[in-house]
Design a protein around this ligand. Structure first.
Ligand code: IMO
Ligand code: MG
Length: 418
Protein backbone atom coordinates (compact mmCIF):
# COMPACT_ATOMS: atom_id res chain seq x y z
CA UNK A 1 0.00 0.00 0.00
CA UNK A 2 1.39 3.44 -0.95
CA UNK A 3 0.00 6.44 0.88
CA UNK A 4 0.30 10.21 0.55
CA UNK A 5 -0.36 12.27 3.68
CA UNK A 6 -1.19 15.96 3.36
CA UNK A 7 -2.53 18.73 5.57
CA UNK A 8 -6.02 19.98 4.71
CA UNK A 9 -5.95 23.32 6.52
CA UNK A 10 -3.18 25.86 7.19
CA UNK A 11 -0.56 23.47 8.49
CA UNK A 12 -0.02 22.05 11.98
CA UNK A 13 -2.81 19.53 11.52
CA UNK A 14 -0.87 16.75 13.24
CA UNK A 15 0.77 15.27 10.16
CA UNK A 16 3.84 14.18 12.14
CA UNK A 17 1.82 12.00 14.44
CA UNK A 18 -0.17 10.47 11.59
CA UNK A 19 3.03 9.75 9.64
CA UNK A 20 4.61 8.14 12.69
CA UNK A 21 1.54 5.93 13.04
CA UNK A 22 1.37 4.94 9.37
CA UNK A 23 5.13 4.43 9.12
CA UNK A 24 4.68 1.18 11.03
CA UNK A 25 3.40 -0.34 7.82
CA UNK A 26 5.66 1.44 5.35
CA UNK A 27 9.22 0.85 4.17
CA UNK A 28 10.12 4.23 2.75
CA UNK A 29 8.98 7.67 3.93
CA UNK A 30 9.50 10.58 1.55
CA UNK A 31 9.33 14.33 2.23
CA UNK A 32 8.60 16.07 -1.05
CA UNK A 33 8.33 19.84 -0.47
CA UNK A 34 8.91 22.67 1.97
CA UNK A 35 11.87 22.82 4.27
CA UNK A 36 12.53 23.62 7.88
CA UNK A 37 9.50 25.87 8.00
CA UNK A 38 7.74 22.62 8.94
CA UNK A 39 7.56 21.39 12.51
CA UNK A 40 6.24 17.85 12.77
CA UNK A 41 5.82 16.60 16.31
CA UNK A 42 5.84 13.03 17.58
CA UNK A 43 5.62 12.22 21.29
CA UNK A 44 7.27 8.93 22.10
CA UNK A 45 7.45 7.60 25.67
CA UNK A 46 6.77 11.07 27.00
CA UNK A 47 9.58 12.55 24.92
CA UNK A 48 8.73 15.13 22.31
CA UNK A 49 10.50 15.02 18.95
CA UNK A 50 10.03 17.89 16.51
CA UNK A 51 11.10 17.20 12.95
CA UNK A 52 11.85 20.03 10.57
CA UNK A 53 13.48 18.26 7.64
CA UNK A 54 13.99 14.61 8.50
CA UNK A 55 10.80 12.66 7.73
CA UNK A 56 8.75 11.79 10.81
CA UNK A 57 9.06 8.07 10.08
CA UNK A 58 12.62 8.03 11.40
CA UNK A 59 11.48 6.97 14.88
CA UNK A 60 10.39 3.59 13.50
CA UNK A 61 13.07 0.97 13.07
CA UNK A 62 14.16 -0.43 9.73
CA UNK A 63 12.61 2.31 7.63
CA UNK A 64 14.28 4.46 5.02
CA UNK A 65 13.63 8.19 5.14
CA UNK A 66 14.09 10.23 2.00
CA UNK A 67 14.37 13.98 1.46
CA UNK A 68 13.25 14.57 -2.11
CA UNK A 69 14.28 17.06 -4.77
CA UNK A 70 11.27 19.26 -4.01
CA UNK A 71 12.52 20.02 -0.51
CA UNK A 72 14.74 23.03 0.19
CA UNK A 73 17.44 22.03 2.62
CA UNK A 74 19.25 24.15 5.15
CA UNK A 75 22.26 21.90 5.73
CA UNK A 76 23.03 23.45 9.10
CA UNK A 77 19.56 22.57 10.35
CA UNK A 78 19.62 19.10 8.82
CA UNK A 79 22.95 18.29 10.48
CA UNK A 80 21.69 19.63 13.81
CA UNK A 81 18.61 17.46 13.49
CA UNK A 82 20.64 14.35 12.69
CA UNK A 83 22.89 14.99 15.69
CA UNK A 84 19.95 15.68 17.97
CA UNK A 85 18.26 12.43 16.97
CA UNK A 86 21.44 10.44 17.48
CA UNK A 87 22.01 12.02 20.89
CA UNK A 88 18.54 10.81 21.78
CA UNK A 89 19.22 7.25 20.81
CA UNK A 90 17.53 7.32 17.39
CA UNK A 91 19.44 5.58 14.66
CA UNK A 92 20.18 7.93 11.77
CA UNK A 93 22.75 6.85 9.22
CA UNK A 94 23.33 6.92 5.47
CA UNK A 95 21.53 3.56 5.45
CA UNK A 96 18.22 4.97 6.63
CA UNK A 97 18.38 8.61 5.55
CA UNK A 98 18.80 9.70 1.93
CA UNK A 99 19.08 13.22 0.63
CA UNK A 100 18.45 14.04 -3.02
CA UNK A 101 21.39 15.52 -4.91
CA UNK A 102 18.84 17.65 -6.72
CA UNK A 103 17.45 19.40 -3.63
CA UNK A 104 18.14 23.10 -3.43
CA UNK A 105 20.25 24.43 -0.60
CA UNK A 106 19.18 27.28 1.68
CA UNK A 107 22.08 29.75 1.86
CA UNK A 108 22.71 32.41 4.53
CA UNK A 109 21.54 35.14 2.16
CA UNK A 110 18.19 33.38 1.79
CA UNK A 111 17.56 33.58 5.51
CA UNK A 112 18.58 37.24 5.64
CA UNK A 113 16.50 38.02 2.57
CA UNK A 114 13.47 36.34 4.13
CA UNK A 115 13.52 38.48 7.25
CA UNK A 116 14.51 41.70 5.45
CA UNK A 117 11.69 41.33 2.97
CA UNK A 118 9.24 40.65 5.76
CA UNK A 119 10.35 43.66 7.73
CA UNK A 120 10.00 45.94 4.70
CA UNK A 121 6.74 44.63 3.34
CA UNK A 122 3.59 46.66 3.86
CA UNK A 123 1.66 43.43 3.78
CA UNK A 124 3.51 41.01 6.03
CA UNK A 125 3.13 37.31 5.38
CA UNK A 126 4.44 36.23 8.75
CA UNK A 127 6.93 33.75 7.30
CA UNK A 128 9.00 31.48 9.49
CA UNK A 129 12.12 33.43 8.45
CA UNK A 130 13.90 30.25 7.47
CA UNK A 131 14.80 31.41 3.96
CA UNK A 132 12.28 29.09 2.32
CA UNK A 133 10.75 31.60 -0.12
CA UNK A 134 14.04 33.16 -1.30
CA UNK A 135 15.54 29.70 -1.85
CA UNK A 136 12.64 28.64 -4.08
CA UNK A 137 12.90 31.98 -5.89
CA UNK A 138 16.53 31.24 -6.75
CA UNK A 139 15.61 27.73 -7.82
CA UNK A 140 13.11 29.10 -10.31
CA UNK A 141 15.31 31.92 -11.47
CA UNK A 142 17.97 29.27 -12.07
CA UNK A 143 20.67 30.60 -9.85
CA UNK A 144 20.02 28.18 -7.01
CA UNK A 145 22.70 25.98 -5.51
CA UNK A 146 21.81 22.32 -5.36
CA UNK A 147 23.15 19.68 -3.01
CA UNK A 148 25.13 18.16 -5.87
CA UNK A 149 26.91 21.47 -6.47
CA UNK A 150 28.46 21.36 -3.01
CA UNK A 151 30.52 18.32 -4.00
CA UNK A 152 32.36 20.05 -6.79
CA UNK A 153 34.63 22.74 -5.32
CA UNK A 154 35.11 24.69 -8.56
CA UNK A 155 31.48 24.58 -9.52
CA UNK A 156 30.35 25.55 -6.04
CA UNK A 157 32.85 28.43 -5.89
CA UNK A 158 31.68 29.64 -9.28
CA UNK A 159 27.99 29.50 -8.40
CA UNK A 160 28.46 31.10 -5.02
CA UNK A 161 30.53 33.93 -6.52
CA UNK A 162 27.96 34.41 -9.21
CA UNK A 163 25.22 34.69 -6.59
CA UNK A 164 27.16 37.08 -4.37
CA UNK A 165 27.98 39.25 -7.36
CA UNK A 166 24.29 39.89 -7.69
CA UNK A 167 23.23 39.69 -4.05
CA UNK A 168 25.87 41.73 -2.31
CA UNK A 169 25.25 45.02 -4.14
CA UNK A 170 21.52 44.40 -3.97
CA UNK A 171 21.56 43.86 -0.22
CA UNK A 172 23.79 46.87 0.26
CA UNK A 173 21.66 49.11 -1.90
CA UNK A 174 18.22 48.02 -0.77
CA UNK A 175 18.75 46.82 2.77
CA UNK A 176 21.90 48.70 3.74
CA UNK A 177 23.54 45.52 4.94
CA UNK A 178 27.23 44.72 4.70
CA UNK A 179 28.47 42.21 2.17
CA UNK A 180 28.33 38.45 2.60
CA UNK A 181 31.79 36.95 2.69
CA UNK A 182 32.50 34.47 -0.06
CA UNK A 183 35.21 32.62 1.84
CA UNK A 184 33.22 32.32 5.03
CA UNK A 185 30.18 30.83 3.31
CA UNK A 186 32.35 28.69 1.04
CA UNK A 187 34.21 27.11 3.95
CA UNK A 188 31.11 26.69 6.06
CA UNK A 189 29.18 24.93 3.30
CA UNK A 190 32.10 22.69 2.32
CA UNK A 191 32.10 21.45 5.91
CA UNK A 192 28.39 20.72 5.71
CA UNK A 193 28.95 18.92 2.41
CA UNK A 194 31.58 16.70 3.98
CA UNK A 195 29.19 15.68 6.72
CA UNK A 196 26.22 15.14 4.38
CA UNK A 197 27.98 13.42 1.48
CA UNK A 198 27.36 9.83 2.62
CA UNK A 199 23.62 10.57 2.86
CA UNK A 200 23.29 11.94 -0.67
CA UNK A 201 22.22 9.95 -3.68
CA UNK A 202 20.30 10.03 -6.91
CA UNK A 203 16.93 9.62 -5.23
CA UNK A 204 15.14 8.83 -8.49
CA UNK A 205 17.42 5.83 -9.11
CA UNK A 206 17.22 4.81 -5.50
CA UNK A 207 13.43 4.93 -5.29
CA UNK A 208 13.07 3.22 -8.64
CA UNK A 209 15.21 0.36 -7.42
CA UNK A 210 12.89 0.12 -4.41
CA UNK A 211 9.67 0.62 -6.35
CA UNK A 212 8.09 -2.54 -4.94
CA UNK A 213 8.39 -1.28 -1.37
CA UNK A 214 5.58 0.33 0.63
CA UNK A 215 5.77 4.11 0.30
CA UNK A 216 4.57 6.87 2.54
CA UNK A 217 4.80 10.46 1.28
CA UNK A 218 4.91 13.10 3.99
CA UNK A 219 3.46 16.46 3.07
CA UNK A 220 4.41 19.60 4.94
CA UNK A 221 2.35 22.76 5.54
CA UNK A 222 -1.26 22.55 4.41
CA UNK A 223 -3.61 22.94 1.46
CA UNK A 224 -4.35 26.64 2.07
CA UNK A 225 -0.65 27.43 2.27
CA UNK A 226 -0.22 26.00 -1.26
CA UNK A 227 1.44 28.51 -3.58
CA UNK A 228 -1.22 28.06 -6.27
CA UNK A 229 -4.36 27.10 -4.38
CA UNK A 230 -3.83 28.67 -0.97
CA UNK A 231 -4.76 32.10 0.33
CA UNK A 232 -2.17 33.85 -1.82
CA UNK A 233 -0.03 35.81 -1.02
CA UNK A 234 -0.33 34.48 2.54
CA UNK A 235 1.02 31.09 1.59
CA UNK A 236 4.29 29.21 1.53
CA UNK A 237 6.49 28.94 -1.56
CA UNK A 238 5.77 25.38 -2.62
CA UNK A 239 2.88 23.21 -3.75
CA UNK A 240 1.68 21.46 -0.67
CA UNK A 241 -1.09 19.39 -2.25
CA UNK A 242 -0.88 15.68 -2.99
CA UNK A 243 0.06 15.71 -6.70
CA UNK A 244 3.39 17.25 -5.72
CA UNK A 245 4.34 14.00 -3.98
CA UNK A 246 5.35 12.61 -7.39
CA UNK A 247 7.18 15.68 -8.55
CA UNK A 248 8.92 16.66 -5.34
CA UNK A 249 9.68 13.06 -4.47
CA UNK A 250 10.96 12.20 -7.93
CA UNK A 251 8.77 9.12 -7.87
CA UNK A 252 6.19 9.27 -10.67
CA UNK A 253 6.50 5.52 -11.14
CA UNK A 254 4.91 4.81 -7.76
CA UNK A 255 1.20 4.05 -7.84
CA UNK A 256 -0.56 5.78 -4.98
CA UNK A 257 -3.31 3.74 -3.32
CA UNK A 258 -4.54 6.18 -0.75
CA UNK A 259 -4.41 9.88 -0.02
CA UNK A 260 -4.96 10.65 3.62
CA UNK A 261 -5.85 14.23 4.44
CA UNK A 262 -5.10 15.34 7.97
CA UNK A 263 -7.46 17.85 9.57
CA UNK A 264 -7.58 19.20 13.07
CA UNK A 265 -11.01 18.97 14.75
CA UNK A 266 -10.95 22.79 14.78
CA UNK A 267 -8.80 25.20 12.77
CA UNK A 268 -5.52 27.00 13.42
CA UNK A 269 -3.24 29.23 11.46
CA UNK A 270 0.17 30.83 12.14
CA UNK A 271 1.15 33.95 10.28
CA UNK A 272 -1.02 36.44 8.44
CA UNK A 273 -3.89 35.99 6.02
CA UNK A 274 -7.62 35.39 5.90
CA UNK A 275 -9.16 32.93 8.36
CA UNK A 276 -12.98 33.03 8.19
CA UNK A 277 -13.75 31.02 11.36
CA UNK A 278 -11.12 32.66 13.58
CA UNK A 279 -12.23 33.34 17.17
CA UNK A 280 -12.34 36.92 18.21
CA UNK A 281 -13.15 36.19 21.83
CA UNK A 282 -11.70 34.31 24.79
CA UNK A 283 -12.24 30.98 23.04
CA UNK A 284 -8.99 31.68 21.19
CA UNK A 285 -7.09 31.62 24.47
CA UNK A 286 -8.97 28.54 25.59
CA UNK A 287 -7.87 26.64 22.49
CA UNK A 288 -4.32 27.97 22.65
CA UNK A 289 -3.94 26.80 26.22
CA UNK A 290 -5.86 23.52 26.00
CA UNK A 291 -4.51 22.58 22.59
CA UNK A 292 -1.00 23.94 23.24
CA UNK A 293 -1.37 25.95 20.07
CA UNK A 294 2.07 27.48 19.82
CA UNK A 295 4.20 26.98 16.71
CA UNK A 296 6.54 23.97 16.81
CA UNK A 297 9.03 25.86 14.65
CA UNK A 298 8.76 29.49 15.71
CA UNK A 299 6.85 29.17 19.01
CA UNK A 300 4.42 31.86 17.84
CA UNK A 301 0.90 31.64 19.28
CA UNK A 302 -1.37 30.09 16.68
CA UNK A 303 -4.59 31.77 15.68
CA UNK A 304 -7.52 29.46 16.46
CA UNK A 305 -11.06 29.04 15.16
CA UNK A 306 -13.88 26.58 14.59
CA UNK A 307 -13.75 23.79 12.08
CA UNK A 308 -14.41 25.08 8.58
CA UNK A 309 -16.08 22.50 6.36
CA UNK A 310 -16.16 24.82 3.38
CA UNK A 311 -12.39 24.93 3.09
CA UNK A 312 -12.20 21.22 3.91
CA UNK A 313 -14.53 20.37 1.03
CA UNK A 314 -12.24 22.29 -1.27
CA UNK A 315 -9.20 20.54 0.21
CA UNK A 316 -10.77 17.13 -0.36
CA UNK A 317 -11.13 17.96 -4.04
CA UNK A 318 -7.71 19.58 -4.47
CA UNK A 319 -5.87 16.67 -2.91
CA UNK A 320 -8.19 13.96 -4.18
CA UNK A 321 -8.44 12.82 -0.58
CA UNK A 322 -9.57 9.25 -0.05
CA UNK A 323 -9.68 9.22 3.77
CA UNK A 324 -9.38 11.68 6.58
CA UNK A 325 -7.39 11.61 9.82
CA UNK A 326 -9.07 13.87 12.36
CA UNK A 327 -6.74 15.09 15.10
CA UNK A 328 -7.03 16.69 18.51
CA UNK A 329 -10.69 15.91 19.12
CA UNK A 330 -9.80 15.67 22.83
CA UNK A 331 -9.31 19.44 22.82
CA UNK A 332 -13.08 19.76 22.30
CA UNK A 333 -13.83 17.58 25.36
CA UNK A 334 -14.58 20.49 27.71
CA UNK A 335 -16.99 22.39 25.44
CA UNK A 336 -20.74 22.41 25.97
CA UNK A 337 -21.31 23.57 22.45
CA UNK A 338 -19.18 23.22 19.34
CA UNK A 339 -19.68 25.18 16.16
CA UNK A 340 -18.87 24.03 12.67
CA UNK A 341 -18.84 26.28 9.64
CA UNK A 342 -21.03 24.71 6.96
CA UNK A 343 -21.33 27.57 4.49
CA UNK A 344 -20.13 31.10 3.72
CA UNK A 345 -21.96 34.32 3.24
CA UNK A 346 -20.11 36.21 0.55
CA UNK A 347 -19.64 39.94 0.56
CA UNK A 348 -21.27 41.64 -2.39
CA UNK A 349 -19.38 41.11 -5.60
CA UNK A 350 -17.26 38.19 -4.42
CA UNK A 351 -18.19 35.29 -6.60
CA UNK A 352 -14.98 33.37 -6.23
CA UNK A 353 -14.66 32.38 -2.61
CA UNK A 354 -11.37 30.59 -2.98
CA UNK A 355 -9.77 33.28 -5.01
CA UNK A 356 -10.29 35.66 -2.14
CA UNK A 357 -11.45 34.54 1.29
CA UNK A 358 -11.34 38.12 2.54
CA UNK A 359 -14.54 39.50 4.05
CA UNK A 360 -16.39 36.21 4.09
CA UNK A 361 -18.84 35.47 6.91
CA UNK A 362 -19.02 31.90 8.12
CA UNK A 363 -22.41 30.30 8.71
CA UNK A 364 -22.38 27.86 11.58
CA UNK A 365 -24.15 24.74 12.63
CA UNK A 366 -24.22 24.22 16.41
CA UNK A 367 -23.38 20.82 17.74
CA UNK A 368 -23.72 19.57 21.31
CA UNK A 369 -20.44 18.86 23.05
CA UNK A 370 -19.81 15.48 24.74
CA UNK A 371 -18.22 16.85 27.92
CA UNK A 372 -16.34 13.59 28.46
CA UNK A 373 -12.59 12.95 28.52
CA UNK A 374 -11.68 11.15 25.30
CA UNK A 375 -7.92 11.13 25.80
CA UNK A 376 -7.79 7.56 27.09
CA UNK A 377 -10.03 6.14 24.38
CA UNK A 378 -8.23 3.58 22.22
CA UNK A 379 -11.19 1.89 20.61
CA UNK A 380 -13.80 3.64 18.52
CA UNK A 381 -16.68 2.04 20.40
CA UNK A 382 -15.52 3.74 23.62
CA UNK A 383 -15.99 7.24 22.20
CA UNK A 384 -18.97 9.16 23.61
CA UNK A 385 -21.97 9.05 21.30
CA UNK A 386 -21.93 12.81 20.81
CA UNK A 387 -18.30 12.66 19.69
CA UNK A 388 -19.25 9.95 17.21
CA UNK A 389 -22.05 12.25 16.01
CA UNK A 390 -19.50 15.03 15.45
CA UNK A 391 -17.33 12.65 13.45
CA UNK A 392 -20.18 11.33 11.31
CA UNK A 393 -21.45 14.85 10.69
CA UNK A 394 -18.05 15.75 9.21
CA UNK A 395 -17.92 12.53 7.21
CA UNK A 396 -21.34 13.20 5.75
CA UNK A 397 -20.53 16.79 4.82
CA UNK A 398 -17.21 15.90 3.23
CA UNK A 399 -18.29 12.63 1.66
CA UNK A 400 -15.17 10.92 2.98
CA UNK A 401 -14.52 8.44 5.72
CA UNK A 402 -12.61 9.47 8.83
CA UNK A 403 -10.39 6.46 9.38
CA UNK A 404 -8.08 7.76 12.12
CA UNK A 405 -8.92 9.86 15.14
CA UNK A 406 -6.24 11.31 17.34
CA UNK A 407 -7.16 11.91 20.98
CA UNK A 408 -3.90 13.19 22.42
CA UNK A 409 -0.32 14.00 21.58
CA UNK A 410 1.22 10.68 22.61
CA UNK A 411 1.93 8.07 19.98
CA UNK A 412 -0.61 5.61 21.36
CA UNK A 413 -3.42 8.19 21.64
CA UNK A 414 -4.98 7.24 18.33
CA UNK A 415 -8.16 5.42 17.37
CA UNK A 416 -8.69 3.53 14.16
CA UNK A 417 -12.17 3.53 12.72
CA UNK A 418 -13.10 0.79 10.28
P1 IMO B 1 3.87 22.23 9.13
O1 IMO B 1 4.50 21.28 8.14
C1 IMO B 1 1.99 26.07 9.81
C2 IMO B 1 3.31 29.42 7.31
C3 IMO B 1 4.04 30.55 7.99
C4 IMO B 1 3.58 31.71 7.11
C5 IMO B 1 3.54 31.10 5.72
C6 IMO B 1 4.79 31.37 4.91
O2 IMO B 1 4.39 22.12 10.50
O3 IMO B 1 2.37 22.13 9.06
P2 IMO B 1 7.24 30.37 4.97
O4 IMO B 1 8.29 30.42 6.05
O5 IMO B 1 6.86 29.00 4.58
O6 IMO B 1 7.59 31.25 3.81
O7 IMO B 1 5.96 31.05 5.65
O8 IMO B 1 3.39 29.70 5.92
N1 IMO B 1 3.90 28.08 7.53
C7 IMO B 1 3.36 27.15 8.33
N2 IMO B 1 2.29 27.20 9.15
N3 IMO B 1 2.68 24.93 9.69
C8 IMO B 1 3.73 24.84 8.85
O9 IMO B 1 4.34 23.68 8.58
C9 IMO B 1 4.15 25.99 8.15
N4 IMO B 1 5.14 26.28 7.29
C10 IMO B 1 4.97 27.54 6.91
O10 IMO B 1 3.63 30.70 9.32
O11 IMO B 1 2.27 32.08 7.44
MG1 MG C 1 3.95 22.73 12.32
Amino acid sequence: MNIVVVGLQWGDEGKGKVIDYLAKDADIIVRFQGGNNAGHTVVLDGKKFVFHIVPSGVLRENKICVIGNGVVVDPRVLIEEIRYLRDNGIKVSPQNLKLSLLSHVIMPYHRVMDSFRESKRLHKIGTTNRGIGPCYVDKFSRCGIRVVDLFNREKFAFKLKDNLREKNPLFKEVYGRSYFSFSKIFREYLDYAKFLKPYCCDVVDFLYSKRHSRFLFEGAQGTFLDIDFGTYPFVTSSNTISPNAFLGGGASFIRVDKIIGVAKAYTTRVGEGPFPTEFNDSLGDYFRQTGKEFGATTNRPRRCGWLDLVILKRAVILNNVSEIALTKIDILDGLKEIKVCVDYKFPKGNKYAFVDLEGIKPLYQRIRGWLTDTSMVRDYSQLPELAKDYISFIEKELGRKISLISVGERREAIVRKE
